[in-house]
Structure formats: C-alpha cells, structure tokens
Design a protein around this ligand. Structure first.
Ligand code: FAD
Ligand code: NAP
Length: 338
C-alpha cells in the first residue's frame, strides 16, 4: 500500500524551491507498488512525471497529473571477475551510495562525490564531474515501462549515453521508470586526480599518494567551496551544458576571444566552458528580481527565495539570447523543464 496525496506543494520536492502544486503525488518504495499503481484509474488517466530528489528540474507551472517520487531503497554488492557490482534502488541518495563504496574501499565513484540526487536519476543525464562520467561505471538498470507495465533491463549500449545525455532524455523520455541501477567497478580502480583543483588541494594537504577516500573528501571540499547549497539557496546545479563545437567553429571563436576557456572533446571537437561564456556577457553573480546567477559560477541559476519557475526560465532565455548574440552559439539547457 502507498499513499496518494492530492493538491500537494512540490516545493519540498525540488531543489530550486519552486512552489507549484501537483494534482496527485505518490511515493513508491517497492517496484511491486508500480504494478499496483498501474492498475489504478489514476495511472491510466493522468499525465505521469517521475522524480527523484528534484535536483535537475525546473517547474514552470503546476503539474496537472500524477507525480511519482522514487523512494526504493537498498544497496546490494557482489564480486565477479575482479569487479564489484553495486546495485542500488532508485531512491538511494547518490552521495550515500558513493560514501558506501568509499567506506568499503570500492573505487570508481569517488570523483562523483556530493552530486545531489538519486541513483535512479544517475543514468538520465549520465551524471559527470571531475573527469568521470556515469557511463564509465554503468552496468545496467531495471525499468518499468509506463505504457505496458513490463520490466525491462537496459544495458549501457541501450542507453545512448553522451555528454550529460542519454536516450532517457530523448527517444524514451517519460516512457520508463528506473527502479534499480547496477554499477560495475573494476578493482583496483584507476584514480583520477588530474581534473580541476583536485591536485592542488591534495598538495595543500600534503597528500602525495591519495586513496579513494582522500579524493572523495577533496572533491566534496571543492564543491562546497564553489557551489551553492540548495538547502540555503535554491538551484539545480549547472543550468546549461558546456557546448561541444567543431574545431572550425572553435577556431573562429578563439580568434575573436583569445581568453576563451576550452578543453579537448575527442577528435575534431572542443568543449567550451559555458560558465565562461555567460560570465563574459556580464552575468556572473547578478540578480534579476528573485532569480540570478551564482556569485562563484555563472552557470548556476539561483532562486533568491520567491522566484517562480517562469521567471527563472525567462532569465535563462535572456542568457541564451545574449550568449548567442556575442558568440553565435546557442546554449542548451541541462535542467529538465516541466
Ligand atoms: P530529478 O531532478 O528528480 O529528475 C531529473 C530527471 O530525471 C527528470 O526528467 C525526471 O523525470 C527523471 N527521473 C528521475 N528519477 C527517475 C527514475 N527513477 N526513473 C525515470 N526517470 C527519472 N549533475 C551532474 O551530472 N554533475 C554534477 O556535478 C552535478 N552537480 C550538481 C550540483 C548541485 C548543487 C545541484 C543542485 C545539481 C547538480 N547536478 C549535477 C544535477 C543533478 O544533481 C543530477 O542530474 C542528478 O542526477 C539528478 O537527480 P534527481 O534524483 O534529483 O533527479
Ligand atoms: P570548473 O572546475 O570551474 O571548470 C569549468 C568547466 O571546465 C567545467 O564545466 C568542466 O567541464 C571544464 N573543465 C575543467 N577542468 C577540465 C579538465 N581538466 N578537462 C576537461 N574539462 C574541464 O567547474 P565547476 O563548475 O567548479 O564544476 C566542477 C565539476 O563539477 C565539473 O566536472 C562539473 O561538470 C561538475 N558540476 C556539474 C554540475 C551540474 O549540475 N551538471 C554542477 C556543479 C558541478 P565538465 O562540466 O564537462 O566537467
């Protein structure tokens, strides 16, 4: 049995802290409850939106349908061929999962420390940070098909993973409910310390031979110092993706803007730092009404307390237009808009 709440505020269910209402809300703690829910009239007649911790979405209006919050818990591990397979229920808090692995000495996830959200959402945008992407450790996920009520296993090759992207954001958007995710962590893990400020913070701490716990700690420390804590100021992390452009377009922009921050993105492509592009248009740390950009990272849009989703969305439009006018590049939103 599970409770279905009616006309409920979604403010506690999204890290932007946008105060909209859901017509219905159900929290699922067991995959069997989805089967039960699917048999109900509500499931058949209402639009459905699945959420985890609401840390990568922006509500621009009330949701006139059924919101399903995934609360399935549980972590199970097994060792096979020198790899640790870790399976987590969709509702497991991502950082708790990382800390579980660190505590047990299973390397591979430590660079993804302190990313908000749930395990179930981790494949949706192929979460990534500090030089590691989920696709490198993803094995499979079990998902419930909304239209048929059948469970299906998706392996990495089925997921269309790309930079902060997957098939679940496109062709299969809104069609499946991920119940469980299995990660494969080959041991011993190859530690990655060459990204962002990891090396310099390790050096400050006189750590010359870091272990996975040290990396997790350092990543968490850097994140806390740079990023706004959603419990203090509403946000959904990076609002836009870093654009990946052809070498030709990159060279044109670089010619005009030699300070451009950029990184290689595979043969023939270059990744441009969206935060730098936005900052160059004068947006860093500015406030417009109840919204604005974060003082330490212009890529993060914030809610100063009473923003409406539509206000944040309009502000993001303004940023897109301004960046386009200056650089001829159309920024793509990373945050899911509802
Ligand atoms: P939600 O926001 O609840 O949902 C996101 C999308 O996934 C929605 O479309 C939703 O419908 C869908 N969804 C959620 N759960 C399921 C499910 N079980 N089945 C099917 N669909 C589902 N992201 C990064 O990649 N790297 C970062 O470093 C990072 N840093 C962040 C820092 C901050 C301060 C914040 C606020 C966000 C950050 N994010 C980052 C974004 C966010 O944390 C991740 O995208 C996270 O995976 C979202 O998880 P969630 O459970 O909150 O998903
Ligand atoms: P940062 O370290 O100031 O770097 C700015 C941008 O440059 C990042 O977006 C990052 O791209 C890129 N970058 C930096 N060093 C790089 C390297 N050695 N090789 C390739 N690209 C490099 O960024 P930040 O804002 O503090 O974020 C740090 C990390 O956390 C990044 O990986 C970022 O993606 C992640 N993060 C993500 C979100 C989100 O919501 N998606 C929010 C906060 C932080 P990448 O983004 O491709 O890594």
């Amino acid at each position: 049995m599970f409770l279905i709440q009616e006309n409920i505020s979604l403010k506690p269910y999204n890290t932007f802290g946008i105060d909209v209402k859901a017509r219905y809300l159900a929290e699922i703690t067991d995959p069997a409850q989805l089967v039960e829910l699917q048999a109900s009239d509500l499931f058949k007649t209402q639009r459905i939106l699945v959420i985890g911790a609401g840390s990568n979405l922006l509500f621009t209006q009330d949701f006139d349908g059924l919101v399903i919050k995934m609360g399935i818990q549980g972590i199970v591990t097994r060792l096979e061929n020198k790899s640790i397979y870790v399976s987590a229920g969709a509702g497991v808090v991502w950082h708790d999962l990382v800390m579980f692995c660190v505590k047990h000495g299973y390397g591979g996830m430590e660079n993804l420390s302190l990313i908000p959200g749930t395990a179930g959402a981790s494949p949706i945008q192929n979460i990534g940070a500090y030089g590691v992407e989920l696709m490198e450790i993803f094995h499979s996920c079990e998902a419930f098909e909304i239209a048929t009520g059948k469970f299906k296993t998706f392996y990495a090759e089925d997921c269309g993973f790309a930079y902060r992207d997957s098939v679940f954001k496109h062709e299969l958007k809104g069609q499946y409910i991920i119940c469980n995710v299995t990660y494969c962590l080959p041991q011993p893990a190859v530690l990655k310390t060459g990204y962002g400020a990891i090396q310099s913070v390790l050096a400050e701490r006189n750590i010359t031979v870091p272990d996975i716990a040290a990396i997790a700690e350092v990543v968490a420390e850097i994140r806390v110092s740079k990023l706004p804590d959603p419990s203090t100021i509403g946000n959904a992390g990076s609002f836009f993706k870093n654009p990946i452009v052809s070498m030709e377009q990159f060279q044109q922009i670089l010619h005009e803007f030699p300070d451009l921050v950029h990184y290689p993105a595979g043969p023939g492509f270059e990744k441009l730092a969206a935060g730098w592009l936005i900052e160059s248009c004068g947006f860093k740390g500015i406030r417009e009404g109840e919204t604005g950009t974060w003082k330490n990272q212009a890529l993060v849009l914030v809610n100063h307390g009473h923003a409406e989703g539509s206000e944040v969305y309009s502000f993001s439009e303004k940023i897109i237009e301004t960046v386009y006018a200056k650089f001829g590049l159309k920024l793509e939103r990373e945050v899911n808009i509802f």
